[in-house]
Write a protein that binds this ligand. Sequence first.
Ligand code: F3S
Length: 400
Amino acid sequence: MELTAEQRAMLNGDLGRGKAMAMGVQVGIGKCFDAPRMVPVQKVHVSLSAQEADVWFSGRLLEAGASCAVAPTVNPGYSLDYFRKHLTPEAIANMEETHRIYQSLGARLTYSCTPYLGDNVPEYGEAAAFSETNATIFVNAVLGARTNRESAASALCAAVTGCVPEYGLLLDENRKGDIVVHVEADMKSAYEYHLLGMMGDKIGEGIPVFTGLPKVITPEALRNLGAQLNTSGAYGMYHIVGFTPEAPDLETALGHKKPRYEVTITDRDLKEFEETFSDKIPNGKIDFAMFGCPHFTLEEAMYIAKHIEGKKLAVPMYILVSSHASQMAGRMGVTDILAAAGAEIIPDTCPDQPCWHYLKGKVGITESPKCAYYPRRRGINFIIRDLDTCIQAALTGEVN
Ligand code: F3S
């Protein structure tokens, strides 16, 4: 692999053990993928998990003297302010250690999985290093910037060295679509994009090119589509004809080649998924509602507040957001409206964390299949429905 003098100095340890360790990992990855060289990056997002392997690896980098050349944004763990009373001393120490390590490495402690909506937005054509399922695909497909599906560890190494091996989705030829997906379903809200993204089994392996979607698609709907595509099928890229930047028309999106095959997604596909993916609850009773996987926007929190203002929820409602959205909701009085009804805004937190142990054995309702998917391994069950139905269910305590 061709390295610049500075990159070679990093690899050889001339710039310290920390840089050498990070560059060693990246050169190893580059060799695996026959990358000819490294390219610089200025935007990095690390899908910090605050779990054992993550704390171990980031801690080793820090011990070796590493610091970030590019300050990355980071994924959520769990809010100590909110969860402290539910946490064991070990869990508190773990999150404090995560915070200490990433702060010392020079990361931006955003603790949100939607950095592309404000904190960390790569430009069209720019090479970047993003981990986190919903973020990598948004950066590629919606922003037209270029990132591989980095792991938390490889993205952190990119933050330390300021470069990434050039392969995969960084190259023009690997960004073209090869499966045409005709959407005949009624895409009436951001929820249907969650369901469309869960069609990985039907779409198959490749880069989907969607046709038939509405002319206007909200950032929340695009966030949902990418989050679920990457969850259901490990997609790093998609196109929407006439909408995403590398798909002005079908021919361009396909790189002027024939698609390998075409599939059609209908309302029936989406409905069937909703029915089979939801846990079966005989009496329809729910214990809580949870939203924000990926993190909800301020606008979504405001939407819920509008619909529950002056009412009382029958079950707790947890709304997971970035700390920016949380602060803004507080300033605007949205948090108070939600709290008066029994809903809570929680920053910095992901449903896939041990802090939710007190929900074990309970049944939640959510609009996000990804939110339902991960907590199941912790014994928490979920029904999935559109947001309006979820809000109504939280008000009555049950769902049909
Ligand atoms: Fe974000 Fe955690 Fe969901 S990182 S997408 S809230 S699983």
